[in-house]
Write a protein that binds this ligand. Sequence first.
Ligand SMILES: NC(=O)c1ccc[n+]([C@@H]2O[C@H](COP(=O)([O-])OP(=O)(O)OC[C@H]3O[C@@H](n4cnc5c(N)ncnc54)[C@H](O)[C@@H]3O)[C@@H](O)[C@H]2O)c1
Length: 256
Amino acid sequence: MAATARLISRLTLVTGGGSGIGRAVCQRLASEGASVVVADISEESANETMKSLINNLRGQQHTAAVVDVSSKQSVKQLVTSIQTRYFQPPSVCVTAAGITQDDFLLNMDEEKFDRVIQVNLKGSFLVTQAVAQALVACGAPKGSIITVGSILGKVGNIGQVNYTASKGGVESLTRTAAKELSRFGIRCNCVLPGFISTPMTDQVPEKVINKVLPLVPLGRMGEAAEVADVCAFLASDDSGYITGASIEVTGGLFMG
Ligand SMILES: NC(=O)c1ccc[n+]([C@@H]2O[C@H](COP(=O)([O-])OP(=O)(O)OC[C@H]3O[C@@H](n4cnc5c(N)ncnc54)[C@H](O)[C@@H]3O)[C@@H](O)[C@H]2O)c1
């Protein structure tokens, strides 16, 4: 539950907002006063999230939108439609859209590798670029872009050569974006979740979860809301001197 209303009057965009971590981020940002554009490839899920948002704080107006983050045209269209509706670009953006298509390196086919890179890595690039371009073009005084990487992008994971490569890329993309965009007042940070209970991890076989859990110092899987807490902090001015950072939200799993 939000302790403050740090995001009153802020327009925010969350990709992958229809489920799991993205949905929890939308709920948290809205509970702090933000207007939220819930963007997802699934219209139905985006609408469901939108219906769950608090909407009675000052000036709040939420929207559900369909986007395929792997398509430049779709991302451009999304940002243009936001500017048409709200007369401004989002000053906060959280790129939570992501997929897995697992296989061992020896068996991984090219299509699965490409698709995961396209959605997770290229999607983060396209959304970061489109939002930053819009903020710079309108002379916005500040912005906060938050990408969602994964602790597995740092340490690797058996059966996820495509996913871990994409997430390592997201973290490094975020650092470069932070270096390039700081002169425009745009901060860029990456959150690195560990094992969080969402529809994505519901697909992980129980025997794998049972192997991982003993490695988590806090002894449990994380909640999507716990990742959202960190995103809300990074979105707000409370993190005004933080850019280019990667924040692990892992319960201590794989700590340095
Ligand atoms: N759950 C975890 O343990 C965990 C750990 C580390 C990182 N992450 C990352 O967090 C993010 C959210 O994961 P989640 O667990 O909430 O998964 P999820 O499957 O619950 O949600 C992902 C959302 O992304 C949307 N999406 C998929 N492809 C899209 C596309 N091309 N364009 C737009 N939207 C698209 C889906 O429709 C879905 O609503 C992902 O980037 C994931 O890699 C999750």
